[in-house]
Write a protein that binds this ligand. Structure first.
Ligand code: NDP
Length: 499
């Protein structure tokens, strides 16, 4: 890297690639580009949340998203296992209670270790990391104001990649600043106790699910439908399972005001979407999970005329290029991309390959598997039943499905959980018989789906799927054993053990 220090001026760096944002997409792109021989500068800084939470390298996934969420989901599942272990003959577990601060310390230690690993990787791969906020000066240069020393750099780059991600939104209602978001939850100093989670997408369902298990008093406010965009039969089953575990559901409601009452508690007033009923309740914590938005102001995109969409995301073409040549946007900040870490990582790696290795690869966003880490996990790849019907027509779609009984719920017998363990294969009817979507609800759904996602990407047909020899006994085998179609009208019974 060439550093040109001009007296009285900002320090100037020149590079082949300037990446703005060190989340999943930006890190992947910067590291791969450097491996391919490019001179890379990576600029990243975190705007503290309204409650002052801030973090290190790695973006949302590592610091305030997938990683802490998964660890807390596991903490919740482990609690369940401990509560039930007496049925297997393990004696001695009594008066189980959660020490919130031990959990948070353990989670934060893992995050800090990961932040450190990223720092080391960047150094090892010769990526020049600058901790600062970048703004466009012109189409090939950005000014970077350092966070700690308030130093200023001017960076001249042949290519610029914007990978600045999204941050949680706050609703525009009085008192919303009294609530927190997922940016704050995983480092919260004390047990959130009675909690209202507002919003019924991934973040909302996952937070409400794990908080019910860990703290015992979670309420989920749902404005319209759960898990918009997912298979709605599965989404409703996941929600029913959460309700059966004690999560209180406030359906078709939206908050209108939050106010502080005695003992720092929060009174939330809400009304039904049709305006016909109102209600209020007092909570210790309110979590907004009402969607995420880019924070683009500091980038000064207007300076160089980069186009943004109505939802304030950066408009890109199939190859991730923005309206300005040699400026790219990847990950959540790019319009039309799934707000998920794994496709963002792939997008970053593929972009580096295209820029510095003559590749033509780009991500196929129809092949993205995903999991909602609710108490009973829900994982899927491909189309929902309703999306397949819409795209191919009802007469051309065959849906196979089954209920099943995971071994996790046999001792002790847990009818409540078994009720919502379910698998579904959405397929195209003859002649192709192609699998259009797979859906699985049950323990370890993410582990189950990963291999099927590979088969799905290889365009597996329903014959190939159902001719696959099952592994017995496990839950994943149910996906290759389904015989009952929805069209038949037969309710699939839970299969007998070895039948
Ligand atoms: P989404 O934008 O997906 O959903 C927002 C939710 O909030 C919807 O249920 C919406 O309801 C509701 N909502 C919005 N405004 C209001 C309001 N004023 N009052 C009440 N409810 C409101 O946001 P998320 O933050 O949940 O997720 C963002 C993205 O993050 C997801 O698309 C997902 O891809 C990703 N993610 C992935 C995870 C994973 O892989 N496991 C985990 C977490 C996040 P309505 O439907 O009525 O608009």
């Amino acid at each position: 890297m060439r550093n040109t220090n001009r007296p009285g001026n900002a320090k100037t760096k020149e590079c082949d690639l300037l990446v703005v944002g060190a989340g999943s997409a930006g890190l992947a792109c910067g590291k791969r580009a450097s491996e391919l021989g490019a001179k890379v500068v990576l600029v990243d800084a975190v705007n503290p949340s309204p409650h002052g939470t801030t973090w290190g390298l790695g973006g949302t996934c590592v610091n305030v998203g997938c990683i802490p969420k998964k660890l807390m989901h596991l903490a919740a599942l482990n609690g369940e296992i401990l509560k039930n272990c007496g049925s297997y003959g393990w004696n001695g577990v009594r008066n189980l209670n959660l020490d919130w601060s031990t959990l948070i310390t353990a989670v934060q230690n893992k995050i800090k270790a990961t932040n450190w690993i990223y720092r080391v990787q960047l150094r090892e791969k010769n990526v020049d990391y600058v901790n600062g906020f970048a703004s466009f000066l012109d189409s090939h240069s950005m000014s970077v104001i350092g966070v700690k020393k308030k130093s200023e750099h001017k960076i001249l780059a042949k290519n610029i990649v914007l990978a600045t991600g999204l941050r949680p939104k706050y609703p525009s209602i009085p008192g919303s600043e009294l609530g927190i978001t997922s940016d704050d939850l995983f480092s919260l100093k004390s047990n959130p106790k009675k909690t209202l989670v507002v919003g019924s997408s991934y973040v909302g369902l996952e937070c409400a699910g794990l908080l019910q298990a860990l703290c015992g008093d979670a309420c989920l406010m749902i404005r319209s439908i759960p898990l918009r965009g997912f298979d709605q039969q599965c989404a409703e089953m996941v929600l029913a399972d959460m309700a059966s575990r004690g999560v209180k559901l406030l359906k078709h409601m939206q908050p209108t005001e939050v106010e502080k009452v005695e003992n720092n508690r929060l009174r939330v007033t809400y009304r039904s979407v049709d305006g016909k009923s109102v209600g209020s309740d007092i909570f210790d914590t309110v979590i907004w999970a009402v969607g995420r938005e880019p924070q683009l102001a500091k980038l000064r995109l207007h300076e160089v005329g980069i186009e943004i969409s109505a939802s304030n995301k950066i408009i890109v073409d199939q190859m991730d290029e923005t309206s300005l040549k040699s400026v790219y946007a990847i990950g959540d900040v790019a319009e039309g991309r799934p707000e998920l870490s794994p496709p963002a990582i792939k997008a970053g790696q593929f972009l580096a390959e295209r820029l510095f290795n003559n590749s033509k690869m780009h991500v196929d966003y129809e092949m993205v598997p995903t999991t909602v880490f609710t108490p009973l996990e829900y994982s899927s790849v491909g189309l929902s039943e309703e999306a397949a019907m819409k795209r191919f027509g009802e007469e051309n779609v065959e849906v196979y499905h089954t209920y099943y009984e995971p071994f996790e719920f046999v001792i002790p017998r847990d009818e409540r959980s078994i009720r919502n363990c379910y698998a579904k294969a959405v397929t195209e009817r003859k002649p192709s018989g192609r699998v259009l979507g797979l859906h699985f609800i049950g323990p370890n759904a993410s582990e189950v789906m990963q291999g099927f996602a590979a088969a799905f990407a290889a365009k597996i047909t329903k014959e190939q799927l159902f001719n696959t020899i099952p592994i017995h006994p496990c839950s994943a085998e149910e996906i290759v054993k389904m015989t009952v179609t929805k069209r038949s009208g037969v309710l699939p019974a839970i299969p007998s053990c070895c039948g």
